[in-house]
Write a new protein. Structure first.
Lengths: 285, 359, 126
């Protein structure tokens, strides 16, 4: 019975996450367009883009990159499935870390200079947010008493009450993961940077479609982590999601792209300070 | 120290026009930058052999889309000087109006591309939205948005009616208001300042030595503007060259922003002082003979025309030195020692118009 | 009408350019044109405070002109263009594209002089 239940959850997560994230990205593009006095693409545009990529001619130029792309997809899917199965947060952390690393390895497998520099910057981005994510998980542990996701639902007050500063830190992590200005350093959405599309430059066709799909699963994981902060009520969770997402779009539209050294310095300074304050406050209680 | 060679361009999404830089990078710092051009070389100067001196007006207007009326004006001024023709004052004022409008829309275009270079897409969209108003003025008064073809030897082709005049002045009021709103963002936004202040510094001595021109030179403190030569209606207008002393990308952006506001003022002055009822062109007879050099101030800097006629209907030589051509050596000196992330910002702060550079 | 240009023999070119540099002139550009079948000329344009000074140098086609890029570095850019378009060669160019600035690299062995009415045969093979 338990096994059947788990299998159903896995299938539901694998199918519904891309659909939900695709719709959210469509809303993102529409709102961004409205901010820029444009009409914007149709709401389902992310899906059209994804299907277009899968419909392209299947050419494998680099087998190692192809392999890394699949591992990237599988680890991203595994991370979000584990979250919905209520597994250990530390395990989820390491699975999503490995998924980020495999994208970088896939980019480094190609000799293109844009890809190499993009991969290097992507590693710096990962380096920036991973320690903060660990501190957030430690904060959750100190509140719920366990690393398991299930324990978050067992506590009957929202995590936001105990970890108010951690959600700000999670906001930084989300901005980097979603590749929004000022932190769209490794791969900008519009390819208008000196390294063209950065880490994504040499992925093409169906291969790039898989990278996009895996990125959607990663976004899903990050957004679900946001929703965990108000796990007691579905409306609370959706409210946190909506506010966090809207703030991301706002920040994207009011700032330029910064350099990786600024990102590392600024995010660590603010992130570590806020996380430390929150953790110390939790410890003192 | 691992050194990589990054090919920047010619097909690069951040570049508005095709130019190739071979950047030698060591640990994200540029140590060497060699430009390669030639992707849009059309050999327009060569066409003097085929097109007669009247048709050449159209040819030089197509050297560049963004400063096209100024190329036309410079060429016509050269032929007029060679043939001893004096154009009516009204034509001089009309030329000033159209060329200052060109300056405004060129700088607006530049601001959009510049914001795009450091990843601020919404600012890019805002500037181009304002630019559409100027394009509408171009279309209503001259019939075309970009290459407006209003200059003829002896004057201008069209007049601006009093209704259009009112409409242009009210549109410019709207443009000025929109620019004042964006002024705070351009001057004081933290992320923009972080990406442009102190980046691509060109000292005054180096700018002078390497022959920098236009906002590149004025952003480094060199007080030089070819409009001081007193062509068209400029002797009758009240203005001053705009100079900033920072020498970095931020200073150049400031020069261009202030120039936009100054140009709006110049158009207003020109409309006020324009003689009302007069001819807009004089009849031209004869053939050009001799040599002449004319200079105008285009949005990117000082443009020099050397024209040589030999009494036949084809000119002997038409040499065009555009400001983008002159600004290439300074760019090479600015790129050395900068970070890779600053390369598009620096290249765009020169306002590269490669079709002007290569003709 | 003619422009005010100082006729300069080729040997005096470098010396005159050095005096102009010391007087504070900035380099505007150079114009190369062919005069007739045998002769070409280059006019150098300089400027100080919007006052221009021009030097006219006339020489038989095929002569190697001393480059002024050691004095005015910015001149290398204009001189390279002249190599492409008129086939005039320079000695001592700071950065030399060898005629590939506008034209393709494959064509650099043939002398193409699109701006000359009378083309000439390159005597020395490089």
């Amino acid at each position: 019975m338990m096994l059947l239940y788990n299998i159903l959850i896995i299938i539901a997560v694998l199918l519904l996450t891309p659909i939900a994230v695709g719709l959210i990205l469509g809303i993102d593009r529409k709102i961004t367009a409205k901010c820029q006095s444009r009409k914007g693409p149709p709401l389902l545009q992310p899906f059209f883009d994804l299907f277009k990529l899968f419909g392209k001619e299947h050419v494998i130029t680099n087998r190692w990159q192809y392999f890394c792309t699949y591992i990237y997809l599988v680890s991203a899917q595994l991370a979000i499935v584990l979250l919905f199965l209520g597994a250990d947060l530390l395990l989820i952390f390491f699975v999503q870390a490995s998924c980020a690393v495999f994208l970088v390895i896939g980019a480094m497998a190609v000799p293109s200079p844009y890809s190499q520099i993009g991969a290097h910057r992507e590693l710096l981005q990962v380096l920036t947010y991973e320690p903060l994510l660990i501190l957030i998980i430690i904060g959750i542990y100190m509140t719920t008493g366990s690393f398991m996701v299930d324990a978050v639902f067992a506590v009957n007050r929202p995590l936001l009450y105990d970890l108010p500063l951690m959600i700000v830190v999670l906001g930084y992590v989300l901005t980097i993961k979603l590749r929004k200005s000022p932190f769209d350093i490794a791969s900008s959405h519009h390819a208008h940077q000196e390294i063209v599309r950065g880490v994504h430059t040499e992925f093409a066709g169906g291969n790039f479609g898989i990278v996009e799909l895996a990125h959607w699963y990663e976004i899903g994981l990050a957004l679900c982590l946001c929703m965990l902060f108000w796990a007691t009520s579905i409306w609370g969770a959706l409210a946190v999601l909506a506010i966090a997402f809207f703030l991301e779009i706002l920040v994207d539209n009011i700032s330029a792209r910064m350099t990786w050294s600024w990102m590392l310095f600024h995010v660590w300074l603010v992130g570590f300070t806020l996380a430390a304050i929150n953790l110390i406050w939790l410890y003192m209680r | 120290m691992v050194s990589t060679v990054i090919p920047f361009g010619p097909q690069h999404p951040v570049l508005p026009e095709p130019v190739h830089f071979k950047l030698k990078i060591e640990d994200e710092k540029v140590v060497d930058a060699i430009p390669a051009v030639g992707f849009v070389h059309r050999g327009l100067e060569c066409l003097v052999a085929k097109k007669d001196f009247v048709q050449m007006t159209q040819v030089v207007e197509r050297v560049c889309g963004i400063c096209s009326a100024m190329h036309g004006m410079c060429y016509c001024m050269g032929i007029e000087e060679m043939m001893g023709i004096e154009i009516p004052k009204k034509a001089a004022f009309l030329r000033t109006v159209w060329t200052e409008l060109h300056r405004i829309h060129s700088h607006l275009l530049w601001f959009g591309l510049y914001a795009d270079a450091f990843g601020f897409e919404s600012l890019f969209m805002q500037f181009w939205k304002i630019r559409e108003k100027i394009m509408d003025i171009n279309e209503a008064t001259a019939g075309s948005r970009v290459i407006i073809s209003v200059n003829v030897i002896g004057g201008v082709k069209r007049d601006i009616s009093p209704e259009h005049r009112q409409w242009i002045l009210s549109t410019l009021d709207e443009v000025e208001e929109a620019l004042r709103d964006l002024e705070k963002v351009v001057y004081e936004d933290y992320t923009i300042r972080k990406r442009t202040v102190g980046i691509g510094v060109l000292s005054k001595e180096k700018a002078y030595e390497l022959g920098a021109s236009g906002p590149m030179a004025r952003g480094s403190g060199i007080d030089i503007d070819a409009r001081s030569l007193g062509y068209a209606a400029f002797p009758d207008l009240d203005w001053e060259p705009i100079v900033e002393y920072g020498g970095d990308c931020f200073a150049r952006a400031k020069v261009r922003f202030r120039e936009m506001l100054q140009s709006i003022g110049l158009v207003r002055q020109a409309f006020q002082k324009m003689p009302r009822d007069e001819e807009i062109a004089v009849k031209v007879t004869g053939r050009p003979e001799g040599e002449v050099i004319t200079r105008v101030e285009q949005p990117r800097g000082e443009c020099l025309y050397y024209l040589k006629g030999n009494g036949s209907k084809n000119l002997d030589r038409c040499r065009i030195r555009t400001p983008s051509f002159a600004n290439f050596p300074p760019i090479m000196s600015m790129l050395i020692g900068c970070r890779l992330a600053d390369v598009p910002v620096i290249i765009l702060s020169m306002d590269p118009c490669i079709s002007c550079t290569e003709r | 009408m003619a422009i005010e240009a100082e006729d300069t023999p080729l040997e005096q070119l470098m010396w005159k350019v050095v005096t102009l540099k010391e007087a504070g002139y900035r380099f505007l550009t150079l114009t190369a044109l062919e005069v007739d079948e045998e002769t070409a000329e280059i006019i150098y344009h300089f400027d100080i405070n919007l006052q221009m000074k021009n030097l006219r140098v006339r020489f038989p086609k095929g002569t190697k002109i001393p480059s002024i890029s050691p004095i005015y570095f910015a001149a290398f850019w204009a001189e390279n263009e002249v190599i492409d378009l008129l086939g005039i060669t320079f000695s001592g160019l700071k950065i030399d594209y060898h005629g590939t600035m506008y034209l393709d690299a494959e064509d650099k062995d043939t002398v193409k002089t699109p701006f000359c009415r009378y083309t000439f045969v390159k005597k020395e093979a490089e």
